[in-house]
Design a protein around this ligand. Structure first.
Ligand code: BES
Ligand code: MN
Ligand code: ZN
Length: 498
């Protein structure tokens, strides 16, 4: 079973819209019956058919409504899809994304195999056309993503396999970045959606090796013995309760100048989190295969890095193991020694993410990083605090935090900064060891970040708690989102351009 690449093809289309041959062309219309620029061109070519249809009241142009028309005279495309854009005058980012999503959904519900989206011409807030196109690619990639690796019969419905954007060719750079993000997201999503009996630590290591082969990265996978030699007592303590061997994955992309300090990405990859001896309750435990989403995002970001050939040095670190209850598992009250030498009293074995990340953060020191960014589905408390829209951002360096906030806004993969105040550190006190691994119920996402901060003092560091954003839960919506791959890729693009 491997993560196939079945993302649609994206391209830029230039020329007169009425003459472009395609199965479908999607154009925007506004609530007051006004037409977007391309809709006006089509209207003229058809002798006013679109205006007449709007007048008839069949469509009111309200946000994200759609109307499918077929075989209009004077139009080379088989179908014309009218897409409602709401009130004229500056769409908000969310409205634009919703309109793209409805257009792609409506087109994919027909037999059309390709669609040209002429929606990138609308003004969205203060965004550029490049932004419009890369966002459209991300949204289209999201809508068209399918995961049928685990079905006995693959989905045979007609697939919308190619998406064209009506734009001039100068927008190619923006689109290329969006497409790389889509491909990176698709890998992160496939890995997330694979159940834990398929996506094991060894499976992730295999995926990393495959990426290295495809894109020329360096790849090193450390097994239990190698991690023991490094003194990763905290990481290995979590792995002990499972018979699946732990893997510490290291990927290196050397696209920058020799000797230039790398950006290090660290991703939590618990391929299944049952909680260990502090066993989780049964409800929603099935979703804990997504507890490797941080690691999956690192691998996804590396696919995008490879696609773009980024001129930057980047290291990816993915500590991978399972957290299960077993005779060998950590027990509440156990004390372990981390690679940093600091000792940890494990008061709750379900707070395991920080136990594997702390050793990875210590290991990261050897790369003399320009910055370290870790990603983890770390706490349920993060979901309570922020819900499912932003990832929580923590940082010990304001410049790094601002760079990530900017990239998050640009990629529309948003974050919200949280405090890392010393006051919270007191909640991690232990009478017996250097620290406890939990800080109580109050501010649970914050105290988890404070724990990590103790291992990240030697470099600029940021932590993203992605528990609320990396996947959707619930039986009918269950699935990985591919976040925060767009944010990471945007951040790396920005760093490479400096
Ligand atoms: N992987 C979980 C966090 C999580 C919970 C992610 C729900 C997504 C949805 C993590 O390992 C965990 O179990 N955290 C505990 C920490 C607690 C014991 C201090 C939690 O959040 O309950
Ligand atoms: Mn846990
Ligand atoms: Zn976990």
């Amino acid at each position: 079973m491997s993560a196939k690449d079945n993302a649609p093809k994206f391209s830029i289309k230039t020329g007169s819209p009425e003459k472009l041959k395609s199965d479908c062309i999607a154009v925007g219309v506004f609530e007051d019956g006004r037409l977007s620029a391309t809709a006006r061109v089509l209207d003229k070519a058809t002798g006013g058919r679109i205006t007449a249809i709007l007048k008839s009241g069949d469509m009111d142009g309200s946000a994200s409504s759609t109307l499918l028309l077929r075989e209009l005279p004077g139009i080379a495309a088989v179908r014309v899809l009218l897409v409602g854009l709401g009130k004229q005058g500056g769409l908000a980012e969310k409205d634009y994304r919703d309109a793209i999503a409805s257009a792609v959904k409506a087109a994919s519900n027909t037999a059309a195999r390709d669609v040209i989206l002429a929606l990138g011409e609308v003004k969205v807030g203060k965004r550029t056309t490049d932004w419009n196109l890369s966002q459209a690619a991300i949204v289209a990639g999201d809508v068209l993503y399918r995961f049928d690796h685990m079905k006995s019969k693959p989905d045979t419905r007609a697939r919308l396999g190619s998406i064209g954007f009506l734009a001039d060719s100068t927008a190619a750079a923006g689109l290329k970045q969006g497409v790389a993000m889509v491909r990176g997201m698709a890998l992160a999503r496939d890995l997330g959606n694979m159940p834990s009996n398929v996506c094991t630590p060894s499976y992730l290591a295999g995926q990393a090796r495959q990426l290295a082969r495809s894109y020329g990265f360096k790849c090193k996978v450390m097994d239990k013995t190698a991690c023991e030699k490094l003194g990763m007592g905290s990481f290995l303590s979590v792995a002990k309760g499972s018979d699946k061997p732990p893997m510490f994955i290291e990927l290196r992309h050397e696209g920058g100048k020799k000797g230039e300090q790398p950006v290090v990405l660290v991703g939590k990859a618990i391929t299944f989190d049952a909680g260990g001896i502090s066993l989780k309750p049964p409800a929603d435990m099935d979703e804990m295969n997504y507890d490797m989403s941080g690691g999956g995002a690192v691998l996804g970001a590396f696919r995008a890095i490879g696609e773009l050939g980024l001129k930057l040095n980047v290291v990816g670190l993915v500590p991978a193991c399972e957290n299960l209850p077993d005779a060998h598992a950590n027990k509440p009250g156990d004390i372990v020694t981390s690679m940093s030498g600091q000792t940890i009293e494990i008061l709750n074995t379900d707070a395991e993410g920080r136990l594997i990340l702390c050793d990875a953060l210590t290991y990261a020191e050897r790369f003399k990083p320009a910055a370290v960014v870790d990603l983890a589905t770390l706490t349920g408390a993060c979901v309570i605090a922020l819900g499912h829209h932003p990832s929580a951002l923590y940082a010990n360096d304001d410049k790094l935090a601002q760079a990530l906030e900017q990239a998050a806004d640009q990629a529309w993969d948003r974050v919200w900064r949280m405090p890392l105040w010393d006051e919270y550190q007191e909640q991690l006190k232990s009478n017996l060891a250097d620290m406890a691994n939990i800080g109580g119920r109050a501010g649970g996402s914050i105290t988890a970040a404070c724990f990590l901060a103790r291992f990240a003092k030697r470099y600029a560091w940021a932590h993203l708690d992605i528990a609320g954003t990396a996947y959707r839960g619930g039986r009918d919506k269950k699935g990985s989102t591919g976040r925060p791959v767009p944010l990471l890729v945007q951040y790396l693009i920005d760093q490479a351009g400096k």
